[in-house]
Design a protein around this ligand. Structure first.
Ligand code: FE2
Length: 522
């Protein structure tokens, strides 16, 4: 009789899976994702609403098909090396240059701060370990869309210098209604924490759910709406200036692992049904909003080809690597995307994943050791219990340590881990997803982050929590005598060594007279 093969039950709740493969789905997207995508990484993709719209063998035909206009968007210098050359050609109903004028200093309820230089008195370092309870969602009686619901927490550098990074949260309860956003400063990496988002870009639509991330490049126009049935949404954004999000090199890991290139999904061309309504393009330029008035939809690109295309990635697909013999592996092994700095040895910022994985190292204290890292670490839990260091750290909140702020774990499992002497394989970090934004820069924080948001814990983590860690060394049996013996032995060794540097002492030690003959035989 053949052995019965027990087929595991598919897990459809993505917040309960150990890995995306637990869904047993053959589709690259979650069941409720309504859109079609192209898979790959860093390719030149192409897409058409109507087949045959893209000109064959050229980019600039005398008359694009269907009376469309050719428009290009560049992202790199014209003559950048091929591997770093980014641009997209669009064939659209109206060129972006057709518009009804500009509105400067657009009024907003957002808190945008992009100047993270020491001369800006509005930004400060956080010398203590800081943390935030969940960032406040908009009140029901106020409609806040993405333009008004974007708030800068901190960062380093300045977009005008094409140098640096900024961290934001967004909290919204309304769709962007005939408003599109265009960030001319840098590239946004969006992380959905609460509520599904329906993101329309010039190149097509992206559905984003908690646990998924999306990158929208500098200069690309997009509108964010709430997904079906979603009343409010919250998430995190990391913006890079003068750099771009890349997959990290894998070194000895080889060609596969961590975030795999084929799991990145790019949209397909899509145009609005009604192309003749009034729209406002809200530009973020050097950290300030201005706007462009249109009497037509900005989402009218019938066909496109290029490599400046927004994309998304499902963090539950991350192929985790870790220690399989001894010792805690550095968290760099959890890097999903990285952005280079001008220093070839140090990234500007890494975006890291902490999801479910096996924990198998033997004879090892498995949790992170106490540390004072040169990097700034911002941690946020997307769902589940997360990796927070206190009850204040709930999904939708955050915690931070700027460079060289001493810290470590202190919760109950951490304190008992040494006694447990765990050597068994175990699954850890299940039913939760935590992200970390780790930057080589020492962040400065905005007034919004330091109190304006209303959920900042101004005292940070109480350093007293570590007083629960006893001084075991001082109570070790005989430790005073051991230290005394070390001192005595060291003095004896030093005295012995001293003899080698003095001819007379050395001669006396070996019983030889200073004229070269042995003592007593002269
Ligand atoms: Fe840390």
């Amino acid at each position: 009789m053949p052995a019965t093969v027990k087929k595991p039950t598919p897990i459809k709740d993505l917040q309960r899976v150990f890995h995306y493969t637990d869904t047993q789905s053959r589709k690259p997207t979650r069941d409720n994702d309504p859109y079609e995508y192209q898979a790959g990484w860093n390719n030149r993709f192409q897409s058409e609403v109507i087949p045959g719209t893209l000109p064959a063998g050229q980019n600039n035909p005398q008359a694009p098909r269907f009376g469309l206009y050719t428009e290009g968007i560049t992202y790199s210098a014209f003559a950048a090396p091929r591997a770093h050359n980014y641009s997209t050609y669009m064939y659209r109903v109206r060129p972006s240059a057709a518009h009804g004028g500009y509105i400067t200093n657009l009024e907003t309820k957002a808190h945008i701060e992009n100047c993270f230089l020491s001369l800006n008195p509005k930004v400060e370092p956080l010398v203590q370990q800081a943390e935030w309870s969940p960032f406040p969602l908009p009140p029901d009686d106020e409609k806040i869309d993405f333009v008004d619901g974007l708030h800068t927490l901190g960062g380093s550098g300045d977009p005008n210098l094409r140098e640096g990074v900024a961290l934001y949260v967004y909290m919204i309860n309304a769709d962007m209604d005939h408003r599109a956003f265009c960030n001319t400063d840098g590239d946004f990496l969006l992380v959905a924490q609460l509520g599904n988002l329906d993101i329309q870009t010039e190149f097509g639509k992206i559905f984003l759910q908690p646990g998924e991330i999306c990158v929208i490049q500098r200069g690309v126009r997009f509108a964010i709406r709430l997904g079906p049935g979603v009343k409010q949404a919250r998430g995190y954004i990391t913006e890079v200036w003068g750099s771009m999000w890349e997959l990290p090199d894998l070194g000895p890991i080889g060609g596969h692992g961590l975030a795999n290139p084929r799991d990145f999904l790019y949209p397909v061309a899509h145009i609005d049904e009604n192309l003749h309504e009034n729209w406002l393009i809200v530009n973020k330029a050097n950290g300030k909003y201005n706007a462009i008035k249109l009497d037509h939809s900005p989402f009218d690109v019938v066909a496109w080809h290029g490599n400046v295309i927004p994309y998304k990635y499902d963090l539950t697909k991350f192929a985790s690597q870790n220690a399989t013999s001894v010792d805690h592996t550095d968290p760099s092994v959890n890097c999903v995307l990285t952005a280079k700095s001008r220093d070839p040895n140090t990234p500007l910022v890494d975006f890291l994943w902490f999801g479910p994985r096996w924990d198998v190292a033997s004879n090892t204290f498995r949790p992170p050791y106490f540390h004072r890292n040169s990097a700034t670490e911002f941690l946020a839990c997307l769902y589940g219990k997360g990796l927070g260091r206190s009850d204040a750290f709930l999904p939708g909140g955050g915690s931070v340590e700027i460079s060289h702020t001493p810290h470590g774990g202190f919760d109950e499992p951490y304190q008992t881990e040494m006694q447990l002497m765990v050597n068994e394989p175990r699954r850890i970090l299940e039913n939760q997803m935590t992200i970390m934004v780790e930057s080589s820069r020492s962040f400065l924080f905005t007034e919004y982050a330091r109190g304006g948001c209303g959920t900042f814990h101004s005292q940070g983590t109480d350093p007293k929590v570590w007083d629960a860690l006893p001084d075991r060394f001082s109570n070790y049996p005989g430790i005073k005598q051991i230290l005394e013996k070390v001192k005595t032995d060291k003095a004896t060794r030093r005295a012995q060594l001293e003899e080698y540097y003095d001819d007379n002492k050395l001669a006396a030690a070996v019983g030889v007279s200073t004229n070269g003959s042995a003592n007593g035989n002269a």
